[in-house]
Each structure stands twice: as C-alpha cells, then as structure tokens.
Design a binder for this molecule. Structure first.
Ligand SMILES: Nc1ncnc2c1ncn2[C@@H]1O[C@H](COP(=O)(O)OP(=O)(O)OP(=O)(O)O)[C@@H](O)[C@H]1O
Ligand SMILES: O=P(O)(O)OC[C@H]1O[C@H](OP(=O)(O)OP(=O)(O)O)[C@H](O)[C@@H]1O
Ligand SMILES: O=C(O)c1cccnc1
Ligand SMILES: [Mg+2]
Length: 487
C-alpha cells in the first residue's frame, strides 16, 4: 500500500485562485466570518435520470489529514506576482501553517440516489476554509459519483450477471484507476481486476489470462493445459487468440482433464468478434459436452448499450468484463458539480443569504442553509424538496418547481420523509461513523429499487421531482428581484 498519491491531505490540492481569495479574506479581516457553501450538480450524467452519490469516504480521509506542511508553505513563499515580489506575505503563510480544519460538514451518504440542485455536501465554517476546500471536494465527488453512476447503469442492463471491472490499464492515471474500482463496486459491480484497489477497499479481485499467455506456447491447447495444471482452481480460458470456436473445443478438452482430477472448467472468455453469435455457439458446444456449469465471460470495449443490445440478441453471456468505457466514463468524462456560497453570518448572528445571478435560471444558485427532504409513499421515493434549515413552518409542506411556480406539490401526513444531509464533521472533528463498502453498495442497490423505474431508463428518462420549499422559493425569488434591481 505504498503507492504515493501525491496529495494525501495536502491543502495544496486546490486552485491558486482559492489561495488568492483566502489571502484577500485574511487581509480584509473577513477570514473567520462564518459561511455556508453547497456542492451540487445541475444535470445528470449520460443523459440519464439519476446519479449515485460517491466519494464521501475520500473526502473524509482528505479532511482528516488536511494541512499545509512546512514544504507546502515554503513553496507558497516562493510564488511571486507580476512585479517579482512574493504573492503572499509572511503573516498569511504563518496563518496557513497553523490552519486546522474546523468546519461543520454535512453530506448525503454514499450510495444515495441524488438529483440536480440538491446539495450533496454542505460546508459551514470560516469562509477561508470553505473557499480553500472547493477544488478538492469537487474533484473527489464529481469523479466518484460519475463512475458509480456509470456502473449502476451497467448493472441495470445485467441484473443477474457477474460484472467485473477491468479498467486499470485505461484509467485516468493510477488514482483514477483506484478510485474508479471502488466507485464501480459501489455502483453494482461484483469484482475488479485491480489488485491494489482490491486490497485497499476490500473488493473481491477476479481475473482470467491474456492472449500473451496463449501466444507464449507453441499451441493454444498446450497453453490451456499448462494454465489448468498450474491453477486448477481458477481456470477461465481466453479462447479467441486464433479461432474462437476451435478455442472453445480446446478448452473443453482441458475441462475433461480437470474433471478427472475433481476440478472444474470455471469459464471461457470471449474478447473479440460477434459476441452474440460466438456466445450462443460456445454455449451449445459447452452444453453438448456436459459443461453446463461452465460460464461464458465476455469483454472488449463493452458498455451499457452494447451489453443491452447483446442481451436483446439472445447472447448467452454470464459474466461481463468492462474496462475503458466504465472507468473513463467514456461518453461523458466529467460530472459538472459546482460549489457555491449560499449564506454568510452577520455580526448579529443572523444569516445574510447569498445568490449568484445568471441569465440562465438553472445557473442561478440557491440561497440558504440548505437541506434535502426526501418524501416517500409506500416505500417509493416521491419527490425531493430542498429547504432552508433556518425556516420553520406549520401545517402542510408546499414544494414549488424551481423554475416554474405554476407547478406545486403539497405533502401532508400521508408521506414519510427523511432528511438526506447528515452530520459528518462538527468543528473539524469527525462525528459520523463511516459505513463499510458493502453497506454502501447495498444502499445503492436498495435506492435503485425504491424509485419509479422510468427514472432509470436510458432514453428520455422520467424526471424525478425536485423542488424548493415555499419559503425558500420566496426567498430566492426576492433575492433575484433585488439583485436584478441592482441592490
Ligand atoms: N453482436 C454484437 N452486437 C453489438 N456489438 C457487438 C456485438 N459483438 C461485439 N460487439 C462490440 O462491437 C465492438 C467490436 O469491436 P471491433 O470492431 O474492434 O472488433 P473486434 O472483435 O475487437 O476485432 P478484432 O478481431 O480485430 O479484435 C466491440 O465494442 C464489441 O463489444
Ligand atoms: O475493452 P475493455 O472494456 O477496456 O476491457 C479490458 C480489455 O483489456 C484487455 O485487452 P486489451 O484491450 O488490453 O487488448 P485487446 O483489445 O487487444 O484485447 C481485455 O482483453 C479487454 O479487452
Ligand atoms: O482478467 C482479465 O481477463 C482481464 C483483466 C484486465 C483487463 N482485461 C482482462
Ligand atoms: Mg481492447
């Protein structure tokens, strides 16, 4: 476990502008003002209708080790401005050297279905710290949520099959590969070929062999025999190096020998050609020779669309090895999460609510100390309501569509609800117990079963309702009007 991930808690994992703003806050004596920032995204990835939250554990580990080391400070001291003079004065660097993470952080647990505009993470604390954290939090949550969502989409098209993540060789660097393996497992995969991630996160590791193994022997048959002799308890043979169906026949012969010795041919792997045709023909050959319990594994540039199509074609594939298109989120390489200021505490202790204007309504940020309330009926999620935790109201709860006030919904006693953001840090101290990876994975699977199916379809998915609680809607509307009026 010595792979150096270069950053492990380093507060330099940020954009320079966060530091120049931090310097400005410090110089103007505003640094300790209490602020609220929210991390959210505006649109689901892959033109889908859902996203799975992921990355909180990495965020926690990052924040637990958060600091500017002596060498970080020395580096910052070496930075100069346009006049060649130091960018930051020494008093500020001294301040950073002493800086300890002291914010409150609330977050939606990993493995939860999340929707546009909902805060996944809310940070409350000194504005300097909140600001400095923006880049690292987005970096972590955007990527891991993206990959967990991609994995969940693949699980949806192959609910009963074995799904193996084979992406390390094509991932976006070692850290991308390692975190992708974890996110893929949470999203619904059964195992990974990535041994480092397997050990680090307790994910089952699985694998077959490559073409090079076959090519290194005079014949395919000899390669299979040698593999079976050396590893009789883990024999999955890659059959497409020369001629796939001849390869299956060779595998069957080796399988007979294995049987004689009380072992089993666990599977064959197809890695090229028409996977529907070849899997159907391979299945026939295996079944006709008594290998009904030998699995067929397929790989080769797979994704949810190809797997769905192969299933529609009647492919007889039991296990799927998916690499490149999963771990790079090939068709959408980034989730567009953002991190925005929504409130600053005034000297009298009340909140000054903040909002960013935009010509596009979807880009106008939401003010408040935000929380998300998920309403359910008979165990099915009905809608999510974003509200300002500081507001209190009596009687029925009214939710308004964020961009169309004619669309409103009320929630009375017939609904159960859960507030999704839970305390993770208080005054910089960890107050939550982090769930194990299996619990997170099971949560994701349960969540996907608790929502109207149409939300999960790939083409023009049903839009799950997310709205603003009426008082929050009114606050946002008032602030938009005030800002437009130039206040
Ligand atoms: N029956 C099928 N329907 C839809 N897509 C398929 C089917 N069979 C295979 N595919 C996919 O089509 C693509 C085929 O890739 P490509 O054209 O590179 O062929 P290949 O089989 O890898 O060729 P090669 O023999 O050169 O390795 C892969 O993404 C594979 O998953
Ligand atoms: O296709 P992916 O989803 O990324 O899955 C992993 C791929 O990696 C391996 O071969 P590699 O691609 O290295 O070589 P090949 O394409 O020549 O088989 C494996 O045989 C898969 O094809
Ligand atoms: O075990 C395998 O078959 C495997 C592992 C990584 C990439 N491709 C295939
Ligand atoms: Mg390939």
């Amino acid at each position: 476990m010595t792979l150096d991930n270069h950053y492990s808690g380093s507060a330099l994992l940020t954009d320079l502008y966060q530091l120049t703003m931090a310097y400005g806050y410090w110089k103007s004596g505003k640094g300790e003002e209490q602020a609220v920032f929210n991390l959210y995204f505006r649109k689901h990835p892959f033109q889908g209708g859902f996203t799975i939250s992921c990355g909180l554990e990495s965020v926690v580990h990052y924040l637990e080790n958060y600091s500017f080391s002596e060498s970080d400070i020395a580096y910052l001291a070496s930075l100069t401005g346009a006049d060649g003079q130091p960018l930051f004065e020494s008093g500020f660097l001294e301040y950073l050297r002493e800086l300890k993470f002291s914010c409150d952080l609330d977050a939606i647990p990993e493995g939860t279905l999340v929707f546009p505009d909902e805060p996944l993470i809310r940070v409350t604390g000194p504005v300097i710290q909140c600001q400095l954290l923006e880049t690292a939090l987005l970096n972590i949550v955007n990527f891991e949520s993206l990959i967990a969502t991609k994995a969940a989409r693949i699980r949806l098209v192959a609910p009963e099959d074995t799904l193996l993540e084979f992406g390390l060789r094509r991932a976006q660097g070692p850290d991308g590969g390692i975190t992708a393996s974890r996110a893929a497992y949470i999203g619904g995969f059964d195992g990974t070929s990535n041994v480092f991630a397997g050990r680090k996160f307790n994910i089952p590791v699985k694998g077959t062999h490559a073409h090079s193994w076959v090519m290194s022997f005079p014949s395919e048959k000899e390669a299979f025999e040698a593999y079976a002799a050396h590893m009789p308890n883990n024999v999955i043979l890659l059959v497409d190096t020369y001629d796939t169906l001849k390869g299956v026949k060779n595998a069957i012969e080796v399988g007979r020998e294995l049987k004689k010795n009380n072992h089993r041919l666990l599977g064959v792997r197809l890695d090229s050609g028409d996977l529907a045709y070849l899997s159907i023909e391979s299945r026939k050959l295996l079944d006709d020779n008594g290998f009904t319990d030998t699995s067929i594994v397929a790989s080769n540039d797979l994704d949810e669309y190809i797997i769905k199509s192969l299933k529609e074609q009647g492919a007889r594939i039991d296990a799927w090895g998916v690499g490149t298109r999963l771990v790079t989120a090939y068709d959408q390489p980034a989730l567009g999460g953002v991190y925005k200021l929504s409130a600053l505490k005034k000297s009298d202790g009340t909140w000054d609510y903040k909002l960013k204007l935009s010509e596009q309504m979807v880009k106008v940020s939401t003010p408040g100390v935000l929380q998300v309330r998920r309403f359910s009926k008979n165990g099915v999620f009905v809608a999510d309501m974003i509200f300002n935790q500081e507001d209190e109201w009596e009687g029925e709860t009214r939710m308004i569509h964020p961009y169309d006030f004619t669309k409103q919904q009320s929630f009375g006693p017939g609904y159960s609800f859960e507030d999704l953001l839970v305390p993770i840090f208080r005054n910089g101290g960890l107050v939550a117990e982090l769930p194990g990876i299996t619990d997170i994975k099971e949560r994701a699977a349960r969540q996907l079963k608790s929502i109207y199916e149409g939300t999960l379809r790939f083409t023009n998915p049903h839009t799950y309702h997310v709205g603003l609680e009426k008082h929050l809607f009114d606050l946002k509307t008032r602030l938009i009007m005030e800002k437009r009026a130039g206040k």
